[in-house]
Design a protein around this ligand. Structure first.
Ligand code: FMN
Length: 213
């Protein structure tokens, strides 16, 4: 019973990341009733910004610090939800060259050195899961151009989720989404890239194979 956990963090209407994720989810659900989906809209139901250092550490590394029972409970819910998922679908639009703060709030809760990532002991309870990260960029950040290095959305997600938590990150990216307002961005190419990202999302949802070990 492979379970998909879908996270959305776009504030736009319409939203390219949500449209691409819709295509993924539709193809996923089409595979059969055992392909279940849990959704978390981080804009409709925002998580609080990180407000307690205690939540960054497991109990044994807290040096006596404590978070409120409400915050502890909220983090437990987020971690249980991640634990139950086989596949993540993360909408991560580019806002000011980085991820939306709503998504960062989620990331802060799931990265707990010594509990979800190696620190004083080697732990990676979420190792083996796959995260499809759907990103949309208003401008262009093509490989090989100086702008490439300005993307601070995919790289930190790769560091935290893949390098630290052991979750494989597969990016699905569309760029030039502001081409209708900035013709120099090449509206034809923008349209082609978006269609390609939608097709890629469908293919990935259809071809996902659950781990057997
Ligand atoms: C608050 C805000 C900040 C943005 N900052 C950038 C940026 O730094 N670079 C960029 O290329 N596009 C930027 N954009 C444009 C978005 O990346 C673009 O609209 C993208 O399509 C957003 O994804 P969505 O369509 O799923 O909302 C920004 C948009 C918003 C609303």
């Amino acid at each position: 019973m492979p379970q998909l956990l879908r996270l959305d963090s776009s504030i736009s209407q319409p939203s390219r990341t949500r449209q691409i994720s819709d295509a993924f989810e539709e193809a996923w659900s089409h595979r059969g009733s055992e392909y279940t989906v849990v959704t978390r809209d981080l804009v409709a139901q925002p998580l609080p910004h990180f407000s307690s250092v205690a939540l960054h550490w497991p109990e044994r590394l807290r040096d006596g610090l404590a978070a409120t029972p409400e915050l502890e409970q909220q983090q437990r819910e987020i971690l249980d939800e991640l634990e139950a998922a086989d596949v993540l679908l993360i909408g991560a639009p580019m806002y000011n060259f980085s991820m939306p703060s709503q998504l960062k709030a989620w990331l802060d809760l799931v990265h707990v050195p010594g509990l979800t990532a190696p620190f004083d002991i080697e732990v990676q309870p979420f190792k083996g899961k796959v995260a499809y990260v759907v990103s949309a960029q208003g401008a262009a950040y093509d490989a090989g151009t100086p702008e490439e290095t300005l993307d601070h959305v995919i790289p930190p997600l790769k560091i935290v989720l893949e390098a630290n938590l052991g979750i494989t990150v597969v990016p699905i990216v569309t760029s030039r989404t502001l081409a209708d307002r900035v013709p120099a961005l090449d509206p034809e190419r923008a349209k082609a890239e978006f269609e390609e990202a939608v097709a890629q999302a469908r293919t990935l949802a259809t071809s996902y194979v659950a781990r057997t070990v």
